[in-house]
Design a binder for this molecule. Sequence first.
Ligand code: ADP
Ligand code: CA
Length: 408
Amino acid sequence: MRLLLLLPTVTYRTVAFVEAARRLGVELTVASERPSTFEHANPAGLVTLDFTDPTRAAAQARAFARELPVHGVVGVDDDTAVIAAVVAEELGLRGNSVAAAAAARDKYQQRVLLAKAGVAVPRVECYPIASDSQELARHAPYPCVLKPLRLSASRGVIRADDAREFVAAFRRLKAMLEEPEVASCGEWARHLLVEEFIPGREVAVEGLVTEGRLRVLAIFDKPDPLDGPFFEETIYVTPSRLTPAAHQEITACTQATVTALGLRDGPIHAEIRYNDEGGWLIELAARPIGGRCSGALRFGAGVSLEEIVIRHALGMELPSLEREGQASGVMMIPVPRGGVLRHVRGVEEARAVPLVDAVEITAHPGQTLVPWPEGARYPGFIFAKGDTPEGVEAALRAAHGRLEFVIG
Ligand code: ADP
Ligand code: CA
């Protein structure tokens, strides 16, 4: 069996997928947007698809599949999830319809569809970035959140509590959207969203959809309050400490979202706020949790999330989707401040904290660290496991406390 794995860049970290494919004895072809210098040396293993032009990407995938049959396709991020749907439709593979994947991709379209279907979502308005922000500030629903239609990792998401903050946030987000590499991405970059701020606890839901039916793989608590003004993530811990009733509501809200968007087959990652009024869908993406964080999840006898995603895409039998017995967590290490990273002290001390599994510093010396909302890259990740979510959370905080980022 051959899996086509769509990667946003040739440098995207693929280790977990490559390992999972190898364990399963699955042939892997990596598709990315730019031709790789290795493509000629390894024509079965690499292929170039034009991610900016779905019709062309479909034709390229079809040409490849004529030479080497493809049995499944997986996209790893927001953009490649849509191309995966295009390829799945073209080759008749398991996956989402292009319309459903595209609706999930666009924050505005998603809100409109969900509101129509009766899913609880924040009220939202979409405005051109050319709008008069003073004028909009007069009518905004405070507290509110300004955000781009398609960036990710909370990039450009800013809370405003009054007209003055609104105008400042508008200007800041507009400047981000006018950066050439963003502005060239399409019409969506000329708009922004203003929506009501939903207070409450936030969870992330990791799930797998089969023929439209959601199975929840994990619910992660986000124990640090995400009240803004920026929304950099920090700690994820599972199992969630919310009540079983809350879990039920969160699951129902996620399933209603999957149904409303028309998602049929594949992994989903959702963010949900939970308060006195119940579950509020903040966002659902038709892809697995980003990059390294999937390392916090193990199922049955040590199966990875990537293995489940690959098996599902290929229609292979699924192992137990029961998460391992232990509590598990990951901390996306916050950017302490902007500047050039010189050195990180205390890594060994952090690794020595009981329950800590791994401390991975992904930023390299000389790299410029950019704080949110302009930034979108965490300088590293801490993983911990233990008997209780409380213990795991405390271990993550203790390990983080031992790290010192020397920024010059
Ligand atoms: P991204 O795709 O960049 O992750 P999101 O729309 O998911 O953008 O927003 C990032 C984070 O910002 C969310 O996880 C949440 O904590 C916060 N957030 C976004 N919109 C709202 C809102 N309307 N109310 C409360 N918090 C929000
Ligand atoms: Ca999100």
